[in-house]
Each structure stands twice: as C-alpha cells, then as structure tokens.
Design a protein around this ligand. Sequence first.
Ligand code: NDP
Length: 374
Amino acid sequence: MQNQNHSFKRRDFLKKTALSVGAFVGAPAFSLLGNYAQNAFPEEKKLGVALVGLGTYATTKLAPAFEHTTYCRLAGVVTGTPTKEKEWMDKYGIPKANVYNYENFDQIADNPDIDIVYVVLPNSMHGDYVIRAARAGKHVICEKPFDVSVKKAAAAVEACEKAGVLLQIGYRCRYDPYHQELMRIGREKPLGDIKLIRSEMSFYGVHGSNWRYTDRNLAGGGALMDVGIYAIQGARYATGMEPISVSANSFRTFPNKMDGMEETIVFTLEFPGDIAATLCSSYAARNDYIEVSAEQGNYGLKPSYGYAPAQGFIRNEKMDFPHYNQQAVQMDAFAKNILEGSPVIANGEMGVQDMRIIEAIYKSAKKGGKQVRV
Ligand code: NDP
C-alpha cells in the first residue's frame, strides 16, 4: 500500500516551501522559514521590538526567542517595575534610552530605534496599549486575547488603521507547520469533508494567585478567555470557516475559586455545512489536543497548542515536520510583513472575531446553554 502519509513528510514540506508557497494559507511563514535557517539578514536592518509588560511570557518565551529571529531584535522594554529595568538592560544590552514605564510610554513616538511595540500585559490592558502604540506611530503585536470585548478590540483595530500601522495578534500556532498542515488538510480535503472537531486546552491553575485566576477586571473571563481561545482558533483554521452559532455550559469544580469567572467550560461551535466543533477549556484539568473527524478518517495534534512541540497524526501515521521556535517565527513573519508591505496572517480582524465568538459563548453559558448566533 502506498504511504498515505507521503505528503506529510518533512522533505515534501520543504519542497512545498521552496516551490509553491503561494498555495498555502500560511505562505509568508513558510517562505520566511527558508531565510530563517540562513540567519543572514544585516543587523542594522533588523526591526527593533519593545516588549510592554515584563511578566512570565515576555521573560521566559519572547525575550529568549530573539536568539532565533532573523528580521527583528529586542531593542526596548516598557515596565512598571523599576527593578526590572536594570535587570533587562544588563541581560539584553538594552540602552537606557529604550527603557520606558507606563507613564512615559507615549514618548516612544520619538524613538527611531523602536519599530514594533509588543503588548504582553494582562488582557484588559491590551487594547489601550495597542491604541497608545499606534498613536506613537509604531507597528503593534498584541498578545491573545486581543482584549476582553469586541468593542475594545475593534477600537484598537480602528486606531491602527487610522495611524497606518500594522497589527498582529500573538496567535503563534498560526505560523507553525503542524497547525498549517491542519489548514491544508481542511482546505484540500484528502480525507473528504470534515464532520466533527474536538479540541481542548486546559491546565491546572485554579489555585494560583495570578490575575488570571483572581481578577476578573484584568482577565475579562476565565479559562475560555485565556486558553479556550486556542481551541476556538483551532476549529476556525482547521475548517477555514467561521462559526454561525454557539452553545455553552460552564462549571465550577472548586466552588470557592475564580469568583465571577469560568473555571471549566464546554462549548459547541456550529459551522456551515452542519459541522460541529465540541470544545472545552479548564483551569482544573490538563489537556491539549485537537482531533478532526472527516469522512475517510481522522487527524489531529496532541500536544497541540502548548509549549511542548506539537505531535501530529493522520489516521495512524505520524506527521513529521520540523519544530521551530514559534515566538521567533511569529515575530519574524510580522517583521517581514512590515519590510515587504505584505498582509498580516494573524491580523486584528481575526482577533476581533474571536472576541465575537467569546461574547456569544458567554451569552449562551449565561442562558444555560441556549444556542446563540455569532
Ligand atoms: P504575567 O502576570 O506574568 O505578566 C504580566 C505583566 O504585565 C506583569 O509582570 C507586569 O509587568 C505587567 N502589568 C502591568 N500592569 C499590571 C497589573 N495591574 N497586574 C499585573 N501585571 C501588570 O502574565 P503573562 O506574561 O502570563 O501574560 C501576559 C499576556 O500574555 C496575557 O494577555 C496572556 O494571555 C498572554 N500570553 C500569551 C501566551 C502565548 O503563548 N501566546 C502565553 C502566556 C501568556 P511589569 O512588572 O514589567 O510592569
């Protein structure tokens, strides 16, 4: 029997990369990976990035990722914690002139060394800082979720458009070969039409003291807003479609935790063609996968969205793609969009749409699972 997995092998991935990138949804990321390996872009042409909010993600994932970027470099920071200033200046060779706090942040407009502002703050602060960065004339990357409401996210898109700057949402999986393979299979349908998707992104954080678990104003919601959004994204890119309606139920297995926020939520997105995506997310469990059921078989990723390298399968064959530093590829793709004037894959409207879906999910959960149109 012919190897069913033939088209999922690394050599084909690289061949497709070199020869037919235009055929892929994620074409800019693929073409970028070729240069990525060469690392030959002149230092003085690299775009300067300033990270805003030096918390866990900025410290443990984004800053180290610049070791792997080709088109951008860590040039500045914005922090409200004075002790972090010297620490970051020393560690990353950042000049004092490129260090800001939340009060003097707008002065970044006068700093030609900063091209991109990367907002890595608590969720409800995202939109305001995207707007401030755009008004300062800087291109912006904003972490997921875009903000905590459609209204605030849409206002941030508008500010970027008005300022003529590019905006990317930090959906790193969109730039990853394993996730792009889900997009390809969904588009080319080698296993026939998709009928059902199941996906979960959960982790055990319910007892934590971080704003995610304790401060509804900053978080805007619970597990759905933080990590359920990965499953929403997964269902959207696996189908290449937008959901028509949702139904949802939320649960609490630790009654005294996460006041006013969902701890565990199960929700179904209905897509055109009667395709259902049954998704869930929890702060009181651990899981990370997406599985797609199509007419002629199933395929998916496990792990999928977390930091562990994705593993993929199609029927009973393993996918075999290279693993890249997702944060580096995502930031490089955006830098390349700016340098080339090409469209951003994970753009602002994509982030606004997730806010629409999330608002519909919360509405349904509030109504005890009633179907709500997106
Ligand atoms: P942290 O709580 O670790 O860091 C947030 C940082 O924001 C703080 O360290 C602080 O930095 C700054 N900050 C400013 N005002 C406040 C405030 N009122 N309360 C708390 N912090 C404040 O969060 P994470 O780094 O885990 O998450 C930040 C963002 O990144 C979130 O939106 C999250 O969804 C996203 N994220 C994305 C991931 C991905 O894989 N794409 C993974 C993890 C997070 P300072 O002291 O410098 O002012």
